[in-house]
Design a protein around this ligand. Structure first.
Ligand code: DC
Length: 228
């Protein structure tokens, strides 16, 4: 059996990869894996169940049994997410949950427990997978791997505008500090650190619009003839 093709999009938070992955999946009519949501869901569930964010064995057990439904399969981050019967679509997007996700994501047993769950998203006609280690660990055979970056300042600015638009009271310098701390944890961890796969195409979105990033990716897809 020929397995469904995968396009991986890895990079730090705020690089635009979530938006790009969502639009790409929609326009190709492919499935979408927002792997960061799985780590966020685990951190959220752990807090609900009173499990400490450094209790590796219990967290791995929780990860293996996480009762999650993604409703609206190919519509990216706007898909509704149901955890243990409750809608948590917006709740898991907070900065607090992001910080917890970054902590549980550093634990090897947790990453292991989530591996098969992530690979199960590789279904026909194809998959766009967004995360940190999609190209290096989860889908090393993917025919197109993209590593999307942007400067920390630009990523903080984007996040600031997003949160302000939602009416949240946030400080730009606080967000920049948080982004730097998360980058440090995500790139320096011993297991599956954030880094480009050797065969990834690297794009810096600091000065590029989402449309320009999409254009570059679409031309790579055409070049490789992977979307039929
Ligand atoms: O992409 P995001 O902000 O939703 O990810 C939340 C956290 O999960 C982030 O700090 C890093 C971690 N993560 C990871 O380690 N591996 C992935 N494939 C996706 C996310």
């Amino acid at each position: 059996m020929i397995s469904a093709p995968v396009i991986t999009i890895d990079g730090p938070s705020g690089s635009g990869k979530g938006t790009v992955a969502g639009i790409l999946a929609k326009s190709l009519g492919w499935n979408l894996l927002d792997s960061g949501a799985l780590y966020r869901l685990l951190a959220f569930a752990a807090v609900n169940h009173g499990v400490a964010l450094d209790n590796e064995a219990l967290l791995a057990k929780l990860a293996a049994h996480l009762d999650v439904q993604f409703i609206g399969a190919t519509d990216g981050k706007s898909a509704r997410i149901i955890l243990e019967g409750d809608e948590v679509t917006h709740a898991i997007r907070s900065e607090g949950v992001a910080a917890g996700a970054s902590k549980v994501a550093a634990l090897p047993a947790v990453r292991d427990a989530l591996l098969q769950r992530q690979r199960a998203f590789q279904e026909s006609p194809g998959l766009v997978a967004d995360g940190r280690d999609m190209g290096t660990v989860v889908f090393p055979e993917a025919p197109l791997k993209v590593f999307l970056t942007a400067s920390a300042e630009e990523r903080a600015r984007r996040r600031y505008l997003q949160l302000k638009a939602k009416g949240d009271d946030v400080s730009l310098s606080g967000l920049l500090d948080e982004i730097r701390a998360r980058d440090e944890r995500d790139t320096q961890r011993a297991i599956a650190p954030l880094k480009p796969a050797a065969d990834a195409i690297q794009l810096d979105s600091t000065e590029l619009s989402i449309d320009q990033v999409l254009e570059r990716i679409m031309s790579e897809i055409a070049l490789r003839d992977i979307a039929g």
